[in-house]
Write a protein that binds this ligand. Structure first.
Ligand code: RAM
Length: 339
């Protein structure tokens, strides 16, 4: 009899817990989903985190938005550890280092927290999946072709990147270096890869150094929204419009004036709000158990529709937002107030 009562009590407790968990999921009182961006002060990051927040909140959950002041792995590790202590349901990491976050992220996963990267990936062992903004190969190829076009087929160009450890920029640069081996680009010479660390001041001084060191430079490719805006400003301020062309990945709201003044004839990007929003639905698909992050998993991403998990170039898995978009004088006005 005692045994039966004990068992009923346990059953009742389990039921109450399950019902409560369900309520919490529906009411959004306790399920918290976090995103850690690379660093503060980047309008691109703010748009991405804004999309994430919208996607989490429209599902009735709570979003936690974090970013360290400087784009370092150490600062992100501290934040990951804090989020583990806060027992969040998921962590979305926009990584400052491909490998260095592994111990912290592995610890989070061991504790049942769903971990995935977005925009800037971590290695496959550190994540369940990755939300990729656009095809890595396509971005690298597009940027080399832009350098070729703007240089008139030959001459010197430089890359102004974010940090030397940023895995998204490094993946795009690796593709660029591979594509440059093709005979079509034999007369194009990559003279330097500079790192502005996604900080406005450092990106400005690195651009000035490139212009001073390479007087024949024809093109600067900046695969970072912070870098491209700084480079276009320096080129404009130094009266080099038409002599040195800037292109890369830029935020329309920051770049409209440089597309209009010709320092950046055209550039590329995707919708950062949508990247964050897709991340939000990846988070809840993982916590609800709809997906595990395996190839072939599919899930619904709200207003963006249905997405599938595919194999990523690094051997892990990813979900791909879509193709990059080209911005130029003909369409920039339609986009500069959007993001
Ligand atoms: C910067 C960041 C971000 C990258 C964009 C293109 O804002 O480095 O991670 O995706 O540029």
């Amino acid at each position: 009899m005692k045994k039966v009562i004990g068992l009923s009590l346990i059953m009742a407790l389990v039921c109450v817990t399950v019902v409560f968990m369900g309520c919490d999921r529906q009411r959004g009182t306790t399920e918290r989903h976090a995103i850690i961006f690379k660093n503060t002060g980047n309008p691109y990051g703010e748009r991405q985190m804004g999309g994430f927040k919208d996607g989490i909140e429209e599902q009735g959950f709570e979003a936690i938005l974090r970013a360290p002041e400087l784009p370092t792995a150490e600062a992100q590790i501290t934040m990951i550890n804090q989020l583990i202590d806060q027992r969040v349901a998921s962590i979305c990491i926009v990584s400052n280092d491909y490998d260095a976050l592994q111990p912290a992220l592995a610890r989070a996963m061991e504790q049942g927290i769903k971990v995935y990267s977005l925009d800037s990936s971590v290695n496959p062992a550190s994540r369940m999946t990755h939300v990729n903004q656009a095809d890595t190969q396509q971005i690298g190829q597009t940027l080399v072709e832009a350098a070729f076009d703007l240089a008139g087929g030959s001459g010197e160009f430089a890359i102004l990147s974010a940090t030397s450890q940023a895995s998204n920029q490094n993946a795009w640069i690796a593709v660029m270096q591979e594509v440059l081996q093709q005979p079509r680009y034999a007369d194009l010479s990559l003279v330097r890869i500079a790192y502005g660390d996604d900080l406005r001041d450092k990106s400005t001084s690195e651009t000035e150094a490139l212009l001073a060191s390479f007087p024949d430079l024809k093109v600067i490719i900046a695969p970072t929204t912070v870098g491209i805006a700084a480079a276009a400003k320096v080129v404009s301020d130094q009266g080099l419009i038409g002599t040195v062309h800037v292109t890369g990945l830029g935020l329309p709201s920051e770049m409209a004036e440089y597309i209009e003044n010709g320092s950046c004839p055209y550039m590329f990007l995707w919708n950062p709000i949508d990247v964050g929003y897709l991340g939000a639905y990846t988070a809840t698909a993982l916590t609800s158990g709809d997906i595990t992050g395996a190839v072939g998993d599919t899930f619904n991403a709200g207003r963006l529709g249905q997405y599938a998990i595919t194999l990523a170039p690094d051997g892990g898995t990813e979900v791909l937002l879509g193709p990059p978009f080209r911005f130029d004088p003909a369409n920039i006005n339609n986009w500069k107030d959007v993001y």
